[in-house]
Design a protein around this ligand. Structure first.
Ligand code: ZN
Length: 427
């Protein structure tokens, strides 16, 4: 997370898709020397609008330009006109940078046809959410913005007085100032017991989640911020003495599957689920080894080596599925290769996932939900330890794509794996 979010309230209220900055002192290099092709009538796919800064509930009314967002929380939401702005590259490839300057490193590339939710603006630069965990900056002169009016905003009224606004998600961070009761804030991100909000003084910060009745719907609709620091392993827990390797699939240059209607990278969802799982296993006393804890590239051979050399009692590779040919495909699939132990591990996790997610099995002939024997998956094929690969959901399914960034899904998926591992190891 970056702490660069500023003046967003004013931006959200004023730019409204018309005030794209035109001044550009320098030119942001456009990669691949493509001739910039302005997207004149950029249409944001309907499902895109259901994400992040806006409520999932907006999905119902997406066919009109007037989006109605009504949150389920009774009476606590304030009707505050606002705009949600999306930004699209006007060239085939443009840079997303770490800071609002061409001198700063390139985080990743944005491509024509993609749209990113705008978080804030600084001069000619726009801060956009590039994943559930990260924001970056795109120069305004290589992109178009488009806004839509939200009849009812996500504005939430604080129900406590003297609410501290911290610089980070916890009271160990610097306190910026205090907000008085009845202040309207706009929730952006959730991390543990804190919510990142914008206030009307054009300032963002973190407040305790109990400072307002955000409601489960609101919290679920927000992007999931980085998980808190892992807890320490408890020496006499349920899984004491067990070694578990968690392998968050992909990372770094290898993004994994990418949500087509929303720029969500599989690698980020995998890591988010892995971190929740890590904490659960640590709390149960297990020795937990992560093949990666950040957005870095790790080879498949190295991932397997970590499992084999540490004699893992269980190796769990976490992925999300993709099957664009059939957007109906949904649900969790678990894979194993050959060994009886791996088969049982995969089966136990699948069984728990079936309980947690209550899939509609009757209407589900396309979807295999038992452990699948697969000899093509490297991390399974070359593993000497009980190993499984879990595909949590389908990023090609619009509903599951929306679910993938929510704390609700990430928690349930991690919990399914956790319970499956416990079931397997305590047999
Ligand atoms: Zn994957």
């Amino acid at each position: 997370m970056h702490s660069m979010i500023q003046k967003t309230f004013a931006v959200l209220l004023t730019i409204a898709g018309i005030a794209v900055p035109t001044q550009s002192a320098s030119h942001e290099p456009v990669k691949e020397q493509a001739i910039p092709t302005p997207i004149l009538t950029q249409t944001i796919p309907a499902a895109l609008k259901t994400f992040s800064l806006s409520s999932k509930k907006a999905a119902k009314d997406l066919n009109s330009s007037n989006i109605s967002m009504n949150l389920a929380t009774k009476g606590s939401e304030h009707s505050l006109p606002t705009y949600t702005t999306w930004l699209s590259p006007t060239a085939s490839v443009v840079n997303i940078r770490t800071q609002p300057s061409t001198d700063t490193p390139v985080l990743k590339e944005a491509h024509a046809g993609e749209s990113y939710p705008v978080i804030s603006q600084k001069g000619s630069w726009y801060e956009v959410a590039v994943s559930p965990h990260q924001t970056g900056w795109i120069a305004g002169w290589v992109a178009n913005t488009q806004s839509f009016h939200a009849a009812d905003s996500l504005g939430t009224i604080l129900n406590k007085d003297n609410v501290p606004l911290f610089a980070g998600p916890g009271n160990e961070f610097k306190m910026i100032r205090r907000l008085s009761k009845n202040t309207i804030v706009q929730p952006l991100f959730v991390s543990g017991d804190y919510v990142k909000v914008l206030d009307q003084q054009e300032q963002s910060g973190w407040i305790p989640i109990d400072s307002a009745n955000f409601g489960k719907e609101t919290v679920d609709s927000l992007w999931f911020a980085d998980a808190a620091t892992p807890v320490q392993a408890s020496p006499d827990g349920l899984l004491a003495g067990k070694t578990i390797v968690i392998d968050p699939g992909h990372g770094g240059k290898d993004t994994g599957a990418i949500g087509k209607i929303q720029p969500i990278d599989e690698k980020d969802i995998n890591l988010a689920v892995a971190k929740v799982l890590q904490q659960k296993l640590l709390a149960a006393g297990a020795h937990v080894i992560m093949t990666r804890t950040t957005d870095v590239f790790v080879s498949l051979a190295d991932r397997v080596k970590i499992s084999n050399e540490n004699h893992a009692d269980a190796f769990i590779s976490i992925h999300q599925n993709m099957y664009p040919d059939n957007p109906q495909m949904h649900g969790t699939m678990t894979y194993y290769y050959e060994s009886q132990q791996s088969h049982i591990l995969a089966h136990d996790i699948e069984e728990q996932a079936l309980k947690q997610f209550s899939f509609d099995k009757s209407n589900d002939t396309a979807n295999l939900r038992t452990g699948v024997n697969n000899d093509e998956l490297y991390v399974l094929h070359h593993n000497t330890q009980p190993a499984t690969l879990v595909e949590g959901l389908f990023l090609s399914n619009p509903k599951e794509l929306a679910d993938s960034v929510t704390t609700d899904y990430q928690e349930k998926m991690a919990d399914s794996i956790y319970k499956g591992v416990v079931q397997f190891l305590l047999k």
